[in-house]
Design a protein around this ligand. Structure first.
Ligand code: SF4
Length: 459
């Protein structure tokens, strides 16, 4: 199914909203969820015998990209890095004790910050530590991915990552235009990215993903077209194209960006429109929420066979796994519990130094949350929901349980974002770009009237 760009609908429905990488979203997490609750829940989860997914957060970066809104630490201080790694090792020991060794790690993701801030020796040691603490899946089923900053690696590093067991990587590109790169303080040449991409293919990486951003200073439709041409020439398996949210009051680094250099909303819409047409014309499929993939990529296959999910990495496969998060600010999802580690390294390290798990907040979801999470997943991953099937699966009468929500969906149906009838909901080609506005109808925590600026804009 393709996607259809409708400027009028985008202007009307493209306001702020959660990206639903979880439901409930992290805004609902509270300190009522303690480390003891997490421990109990993690131990109890072993009865499920489900495989595990590991997320490891490396918060460090060498330099500041001015657009960045991530939780990161820009430093060259190796003592600080060494101390963090030492505490991360202790957390690995504490967390691994909670889970049965029979539960294999089918999925691993290194995120940041910049995971490739770590040198080869540090990465070797960290992987060895993880392998000794958990049982890694060695089969083809495994999906081990790492976020790579092209400025921090060469061809030998890429080969080294493959030797460590990684088989998927994502490269942070943002834009190939030198003027845009200079304005955001992130300079990397097209040649270097091409070399890394070829090396990754050569080293046997099964999936290569590029991250791009539209709405950056000095971008125009023509300049972004040139970037897209270069990207398509390199044929990444997946693409994530994010909307730049300029919030200089919240993110200090963004104050280095001159407001006047940012494309107008009209130009941004034109860039997005052109991007969708160009990528779909080049054979990419629109997965949803900024993500595109080639037809033989696992995301497209997972969408077809019903194993696609939204999680903290955006879209992902391996829906069956419990997610164990390691490192500062990382969010785990075990059974019906979400738990986030302390968000500052000071707090994170102090808790571990004290012999405690570094959990600072979270939420235990209730039955209603689970139903709503399932509805939101269905809409965001598969663009449709059958009332009958959902009702049978969850033992509810969907039209009665969600009577209010169905009423609130009617204007969206009148505007042709969705088809709504007695059998269910189907998202139209126009609605696919506005998934979060549709999903928000089922979010019991959100005040739809407020244009909450803690969230980014849908478009
Ligand atoms: S965009 Fe990535 S590399 Fe740049 S400062 Fe943010 S986390 Fe670090």
């Amino acid at each position: 199914m393709t996607v259809c760009f409708d400027t009028d609908l985008i202007i009307r429905y493209g306001g702020r909203g959660p990206r639903y990488t979880s439901y409930p979203t992290a805004l609902q997490f509270s300190d009522e969820m303690t480390a003891d609750d997490y421990r109990e829940n993690a131990i109890a989860s072993n009865s499920s015998e489900l495989p595990l997914s590991l997320y490891v957060h490396i918060p460090f970066c060498h330099t500041l990209c001015y657009y960045c809104g991530c939780n990161k630490i820009v430093t060259r201080n190796q003592d600080r890095v060494g101390r963090y790694i030492e505490m991360l090792y202790r957390e690995i020991d504490m967390q691994s004790e909670l889970f049965d060794k029979s539960r294999k790690i089918e999925q691993l993701h290194f995120g940041g910050g910049t995971p490739t801030y770590l040198d080869q020796q540090q990465l070797d040691d960290l992987m060895a530590k993880l392998r000794s603490a958990f049982t890694f899946d060695a089969s083809d089923k495994r999906e081990f991915s790492i976020e790579v900053d092209p400025r921090t690696v060469d061809e030998y590093d890429i080969r080294h990552l493959a030797e460590l067991g990684f088989n998927r990587l994502s490269l942070g590109i943002q834009d190939f235009d030198p003027i845009v790169q200079k304005a955001v303080n992130r300079t990397q040449t097209t040649d270097d990215v091409l070399k890394l991409t070829l090396s990754a293919r050569d080293a046997g990486f099964e999936s290569i993903s590029f991250d791009l951003i539209y709405g950056l200073p000095h971008q125009t439709v023509v300049s972004f077209d040139r970037t897209l041409d270069l990207v398509i020439g390199m044929q990444p398996d997946r693409l994530a194209i994010y909307n730049y949210a300029h919030l200089p009051q919240r993110f200090k680094g963004q104050r280095m960006i001159n407001d006047a250099d940012i494309p107008t909303p009209e130009v941004k819409l034109d860039i997005l429109h052109r991007t969708i047409d160009t990528l779909c014309g080049a054979g990419y499929e629109y997965i949803g929420m900024d993500h595109f993939a080639l037809p033989d990529d696992e995301l497209v296959l997972a969408r077809r066979d019903g194993t696609l999910q939204r999680n903290f990495q955006g879209y992902s496969t391996h829906r069956e796994c419990d997610l164990v998060a390691l490192g500062v600010s990382a969010i785990g999802h075990i059974g019906n519990v979400f738990a986030q580690s302390a968000v500052t390294t000071m707090e994170y390290e102090a808790l571990i130094e004290n012999g405690q798990l570094p959990i600072s907040k979270g939420i235990a979801v209730d039955e209603d949350d689970l139903l709503r999470a399932e509805v939101i997943q269905s809409l965001m991953c598969y663009d449709k929901l059958s009332f009958d099937d959902f009702g049978k699966q969850h033992d509810i009468d969907f039209p009665s349980y969600f009577a209010d929500e169905i009423e609130r969906l009617r204007p969206l149906a009148d505007d042709n974002l969705i088809k709504l009838d007695r059998s269910g909901i189907e998202i139209t080609q126009q609605g696919r770009l506005l998934l979060r506005s549709i999903a928000m109808v089922f979010d019991r925590y959100i005040n739809q009237a407020s244009n909450d600026n803690r969230f980014s804009k849908a478009i």
